[in-house]
Design a protein around this ligand. Structure first.
Ligand code: COA
Length: 135
């Protein structure tokens, strides 16, 4: 097994297959094209390959200075719990540091809070939570 971490946009089909492992698009809100356009517009991203197969992904959406969000952290179920998610998150945060970014936010999926806590992220204050609206 040869794991490579690359700062390049993955293939549309391969990304869609990886994304489907999360169940986040179970009701089909986003098409394959939507998701490819979305990731292509990232400020920075990491695609992880085992040989040439895409097995994990993570990205940053940022204005490069002030507002920065990490999203779409995905490790294929067959490759979870081997340190790959941590490595991606550390590479993304390192890229922010190199660029002088001082504040990084993310929304934790259910049940993943402890993963992010282990890597130094803190929950927002209870009276200042993240907010959302589907439109
Ligand atoms: C969350 C996710 C990215 C973690 O990636 P991973 O490669 O499995 O994580 P790692 O192997 O780097 O784990 C690092 C540490 O976090 C812990 N950890 C991993 N997932 C965890 C979880 N769900 N809850 C608590 N701890 C977790 C590991 O046990 C490990 O601890 P250790 O350092 O003490 O051994 C991966 O499970 C995933 O892709 N899940 C499905 C998609 C998802 O929900 N993504 C998060 C979106 S916010």
């Amino acid at each position: 097994m040869t794991i490579n971490y690359r700062g390049t946009v993955p293939n549309k089909e391969e990304f869609y297959q990886l994304y489907e492992t999360t169940g986040w698009n179970a009701n089909g809100t986003f098409t394959k094209e939507d998701l490819f356009k979305a990731i292509s517009n990232s400020w920075y991203l990491i695609s992880v390959y085992n040989d040439e197969k895409l097995i994990a992904f993570g990205r940053i959406i940022s204005d490069g200075v002030y507002q920065t969000f990490i999203g779409d952290m995905i490790v294929h179920p067959d490759y979870q719990n081997r340190g790959i998610g941590s490595k991606i998150l550390n590479l993304l945060v390192e890229k922010c540091k190199e660029s002088g970014i001082k504040w990084v936010q993310l929304s934790s999926a259910r049940g993943k809070i402890d993963f992010y806590k282990k890597l130094g992220f803190q929950e927002r204050p209870i009276d200042g939570p993240g907010m959302q609206k589907f439109i």
